[in-house]
Write a protein that binds this ligand. Sequence first.
Ligand SMILES: C[S@@+](CC[C@H](N)C(=O)[O-])C[C@H]1O[C@@H](n2cnc3c(N)ncnc32)[C@H](O)[C@@H]1O
Length: 292
Amino acid sequence: MPGPLREMSEDATSSGARPLATRRALRLVLMNGDAARLRADRACLQQVQYRTDANLAARQSIYAHQHPQINLPAAVLDLAALRGDETVADVGCGNGAYLAELSRRHHAGPVVGIDLSTGMLGAARRRAPSAALAAGDAAALPVRDHAASLTLAAHMLYHLPDARAAVRELRRVTRPDGQVLVVLNGDDHLRELRALIAGLQIISREGPLGDQLRLDDGQELLASEFTCVIRHDFTSELRIPGPEPIENYVRSLISIQDQPDSAAVAAAVASHLPTDEGPFRIRTHTGCLVCS
Ligand SMILES: C[S@@+](CC[C@H](N)C(=O)[O-])C[C@H]1O[C@@H](n2cnc3c(N)ncnc32)[C@H](O)[C@@H]1O
């Protein structure tokens, strides 16, 4: 039986609806123009932001302060209700959080992680040694038609210049009776941190944390490409005890790294943390869109 990957493309790195398009265009204008460009700039993603998993790991580590804790890969994979022998493709797998969760569950079917960044794939290899890994672009996946029963795209569709084309690729590689699970952030995700940064007027209001494609937009986009889209929201809060987690988080952001002195910007944000009223509380809101 052929594997999920296309033979010739183990290393395939070579490469709507009006209301949604209008909203995205407006958001791009509202965002710092540079931030919007950087989020979808392939070279910047590969060579700077995701050259290694250091930036992503810095952002992931802030969730140690989440109350109640949400194990997002576990919660998302629970929604897929896998038997254990299905072929799974994790597109934009990053440092392998979902691959590691599949391995922890002793998933026996073929699993492939695909990412634009070979540095990320190196980190994924350490966390999920049994998964197949391939460098590739979500816009042109190195995967056969209908190869996967479950295709994941977690926190990555907002990096695509043409998210609709990428959604069609996700659909192409997924069996007609399979599922595509897309994870995106809600509008109010990290609202208090956005407000803290905006209040300092160091960078534009939407720049550092405004995803180009949020949960509502993603739901609308996916509903126009799939027969059925079921949305599951996960809300919680971060209780940040002091400046260090904020400084590390802010320093890891794409648009902050584009600033002349990103470390100073991150330190400035962290130094304005209101700590006299107990931990700084930041809401988290992520959603999973189950598409079939
Ligand atoms: C925010 S991380 C999410 C990683 C992982 N899915 C998770 O949720 O932990 C985004 C990942 O998408 C990858 N990525 C960005 N653009 C991509 C593209 N066009 N094709 C494939 N991967 C891409 C990045 O290299 C990065 O590893």
